[in-house]
Design a protein around this ligand. Structure first.
Ligand SMILES: *[C@@H]1O[C@H](CO)[C@@H](O)[C@H](O)[C@H]1NC(C)=O
Length: 243
């Protein structure tokens, strides 16, 4: 996954794709393989530091089916035997997903977008809710979620500084060789100015939403792994890079 040359404003797309890779990661045994081998999983097994919600509750707060949740949970438990994910774990996952880049900074922001209570750990429920929205949510839900990533301090709007940090983190993760500092800034200024529709220095969710839904490239990227009946096999992974 090495990027050379100009990103041509693809940061928005790459931000979202970066989030979705997490989904592929946790679902890597065929994401949601509804076939055999799900019965053996005991979701309620209380040997963890964090005991997950009942599967009925998870079904009611996500869009995953029972079998999908079991598969997701099995993968989750393999990676996170204690039932929680730390920021360190996110970083190591992203390092694995983007081995040629520096993914730590992006992983840090992605982690805090998932950690809804601004805690140091994410539990399975938070992860499942986030992944469910990213994969199966409406366009608006996906955009709200992505907005939350950009709105680093979660105060309801994106500032120039926040935009610059996210753009830099995406560049560090996917661009090779790394761009110069001025180049991150130039890109993020361009995006910010486009998104800040009334030019007041703050991008609200409404402005963010308007800019994104009117851009087919962004909309399509949000739908890349979208599946109602989830049967992603990972093969999309290669094609999305050919924009
Ligand atoms: C749409 O978004 C892409 C990716 O961020 C960007 O390269 C392109 O310039 C945008 N198009 C318009 C018309 O804003």
């Amino acid at each position: 996954m090495a990027f050379t040359g100009d990103l041509q404003g693809m940061e928005m797309v790459l931000t979202f794709v970066g989030l979705l890779f997490l989904f592929l990661f946790f679902g890597r045994y065929g994401v949601i393989n509804t076939g055999k081998d799900v019965d053996g999983v005991d979701v309620e097994k209380p040997t963890l530091h964090f005991v997950p919600s009942s599967i009925e509750r998870l079904q009611s707060i996500t869009r995953f089916s029972r079998d999908e949740l079991k598969t997701l949970y099995r993968n989750f438990k393999t990676e996170c035997p204690h039932g929680i994910v730390s920021e360190e774990k996110f970083k190591s996952i992203y390092r694995g997903l983007f081995p040629t880049g520096e993914a730590e900074m992006y992983a840090h922001y992605a982690f805090h977008a998932f950690a809804h209570r601004d805690e140091e750990i994410i539990n399975f429920e938070e992860l499942a809710v986030g992944l469910s929205l990213l994969q199966k949510g409406t366009l608006e839900e996906k955009l709200r979620w992505t907005f939350r990533l950009y709105d680093i301090n979660h105060d309801g709007y994106i500032t120039r500084e926040e935009m610059a940090k996210i753009v830099e983190s995406v560049h560090l993760m996917v661009v090779e060789p790394p761009l110069a500092d001025e180049s991150h800034l130039a890109h993020s200024e361009k995006i910010f100015n486009k998104f800040d529709r009334n030019g007041d220095g703050y991008v609200t969710f409404d402005e963010f939403y308007e800019s994104c839904v009117n851009n087919q490239t962004i909309v399509q990227s949000m739908m890349v792994f979208h599946k109602e009946e989830c049967d992603v096999d990972g093969s999309d992974e290669t094609t999305i890079w050919h924009h």
